[in-house]
Design a protein around this ligand. Structure first.
Ligand code: NDP
Length: 294
């Protein structure tokens, strides 16, 4: 069993981006600028946005964190997005989800200029992804593809089972793994809460991507010997032994499943850091495409 180390692979990507940013600076060109919008003070969202802003600093990007009260109206938030769309210095915009219930995620995501949609959630980005056209790819599935690439895993012809069909993880993951690329070229089964015989389907998989948000859901009897297991889940479960009062759990029961696998991602330190690396890559690309500066 080999660990797919997201910390290591993401650092390699960030190091490469750091060099490319230094080159841009040396040539007097514009450096990437990411604007992150955080509505309310959800603890997990604070952590994720904090990590994204920190990564920008490490690589040499500019970043702006726009903090808004959770009582903000939808219209006011749409105005903030519009201002960021029109800010010539801002290359990428991300709105940390989830948003408060009175605000439509769909309206807000669609309001982001597609050329600044570094999260890859805009319908135009998703449409281009489905058609196999160059686009911003949702950071988590993009990060997983980068991780498979980093470890030079040839996925051609494999049966991939993706558990979870969300717009931001499961569904784009199924599209990427089935694309005529390498990594890619898999035969994909996309499962969800209505799937019958999920355990049996997973057992047939050469690759399992668990993205359902149910801690330790994937157990040993669901996994074929030699399978590659990618654990996307991050759930905070109460843990009095931790200073924070919670522990992070993946969707895979790691200790039980790991001995069966050829490769497996840990939680934390697997998909999470890769998501940030992919976002940083998207932001770099947004900058060079918008400014034609490479
Ligand atoms: P969603 O809640 O949006 O989607 C969950 C999906 O899992 C749904 O399609 C749902 O099916 C399916 N599902 C739920 N229960 C079952 C079940 N018992 N059997 C089969 N399928 C089931 O979650 P996200 O996609 O946003 O996130 C999934 C997990 O990944 C979460 O833990 C989240 O925190 C984590 N995450 C981690 C990231 C990272 O950077 N590492 C980034 C993004 C998310 P149905 O459609 O039928 O309801």
């Amino acid at each position: 069993m080999e660990l797919l180390d997201g910390k290591l692979a993401s650092q390699a990507i960030k190091d490469e981006l750091t060099l490319r940013v230094a080159e841009l600076k040396a040539e007097g060109k514009k450096v990437p600028h990411l604007a992150a919008v955080l509505v309310g003070n959800n603890g997990a969202s604070e952590t994720y946005v904090g990590a994204k802003v920190k990564a920008c600093g490490e690589i040499g990007y500019r970043s702006t964190l726009v903090r808004l009260e959770d009582t903000i109206s939808e219209n006011r938030l749409l105005t903030v997005i519009d201002e960021l769309n029109n800010d010539m210095d801002v290359d990428g915009i991300l709105v940390q989800l989830p948003l408060p219930k009175h605000i439509s995620d769909e309206k807000v995501i669609t309001a982001i200029l597609p050329s600044k949609d570094v999260d890859g959630f805009h319908p135009q980005s998703v449409g281009r992804l489905v058609l196999g056209q160059p686009s911003f790819i949702s950071a988590t599935p993009h990060g997983i593809m980068l991780l498979l690439e980093h470890y030079k895993i040839d996925t051609r012809g494999m049966h991939a089972v993706v558990v979870g069909r969300s717009n931001i993880v499961g569904r784009p993951m199924s599209i990427l793994l089935s694309a005529n690329t390498n990594p890619g070229n898999c035969t994909v089964t996309l499962c969800h809460s209505q799937t019958r015989n999920l355990g049996e389907i997973c057992k047939q998989a050469d690759i399992i991507v668990a993205a359902l948000g149910k801690p330790e859901f994937v157990r040993a009897p669901m996994v074929k010997k030699g399978a590659i297991v990618i654990d996307v889940g991050i759930t905070r479960v109460p843990d009095t032994s931790k200073k924070s009062g919670f522990a992070l759990k993946g969707d895979v029961k790691f200790d039980e499943v790991a001995p069966l696998c050829s490769y497996i991602t840990p939680v934390p330190g697997g998909v999470g850091p890769m998501t940030i690396a992919a976002l940083m890559k998207n932001t770099f690309n947004a900058c060079v495409e918008r400014n034609g500066n490479e």
